[in-house]
Ligand binder design. Structure first.
Ligand SMILES: CC(=O)[C@@H](O)[C@H](O)COP(=O)(O)O
Length: 271
């Protein structure tokens, strides 16, 4: 006898792609702000991530033999490294930083471009971001780009050839969640490359909401590193991203303004 319920069981989610690479986990994490490298390594492992980002300018990749190298903590054999340009305020600096990463990592060409406007908000400088994205793509980089939640800028970055668009949920390190879900949805609806919420995630429900909006993945650092129990929060984030993705694929019920009894009345026995 065939198991008829088998066809009703949800299959595994499809892998998603960034440029030439393919991934299963839809959670990307950073390495900053942890108590120490041990805590970072445990949280990162618990998150189930496949992609780990780090600030090239603040990380030892083996240049200083007296310090621990990130590569010993986050081995490239296990994780896809995503060098980022945190701390860069001009296109020139960002391009130079990506080239340095490529040199230190034996030709690795996947980068997270982040060109900031000023210190108080760490808001992206979109003019310098557009300029550096164009230069990096011409030079053979696959660029995942941190940007504002402006749908037109997102489309322009895609037109330039960025491999993934990463609008902010809210300010970096703020933990304020998704400040403009309507814009995020517009960006997702019009994009033909992956869209990831990057920055501002505060807790698991923020990550789930980003996935329910249809984002392909979420990138976060502070929400895990600044939690009282980072390893436990990393696990919560893994589950939230998976739950949000499943809910997006399952397609939520329509909202109604009136009530609708959840148990049908048909066949009710009147007393
Ligand atoms: C690690 C990294 O790339 C950050 O610049 C990123 O934007 C994450 O922001 P949160 O720390 O707010 O998650």
């Amino acid at each position: 006898m065939t198991d008829k319920t088998a066809t009703l069981k949800p299959g595994p989610d499809q892998p998603w792609r960034v440029g030439s690479r393919q991934f299963t986990s839809r959670l990307l994490v950073g390495t900053g702000r942890y108590k120490d490298y041990d805590e970072a390594a445990s949280a990162i492992a618990e998150s189930g991530t496949e992609i780990v980002t780090f600030a090239v300018r603040r990380t030892n990749l083996g240049q200083d033999p007296n310090e621990i190298s990130l590569l010993d903590v986050i081995p490239p054999s296990r994780y896809t490294l995503l060098p980022n340009t945190a701390g860069c305020y001009t296109a020139k600096d960002a391009v130079r930083t990506c080239k340095l990463a490529r040199e230190l990592l034996d030709g690795h060409n996947l980068v997270k471009l982040e060109v900031l406007a000023e210190d108080k908000t760490l808001y992206p400088n979109v003019v310098e971001t557009l300029k550096s994205a164009e230069a990096l793509i011409k030079d053979g980089f696959e660029v995942m780009v941190y940007t504002s939640d402006d749908p037109l800028i997102a489309k322009e970055l895609e037109r330039l050839g960025c491999s993934a668009i990463m609008p902010l949920g809210s300010l970096i390190g703020s933990g304020n969640g998704l400040m403009n879900p309507y814009n995020l949805r517009l960006i997702v609806e019009h994009a033909e490359v992956p869209v990831l919420v990057d920055a501002g995630i505060g807790t698991a429900s923020d990550a789930a909401m980003a996935m329910e909006l249809g984002c392909d993945a979420v990138l976060m650092n502070s929400a895990i590193a600044h939690a009282q129990q980072p390893v436990l929060m990393a696990r919560a984030m893994r589950k939230a991203v998976e739950a949000g993705r499943d809910a997006f694929l399952a397609k939520r019920m329509p909202r109604r303004s009136d009530a609708d009894p959840s148990s049908p009345f048909a066949g009710r026995i009147n007393a």
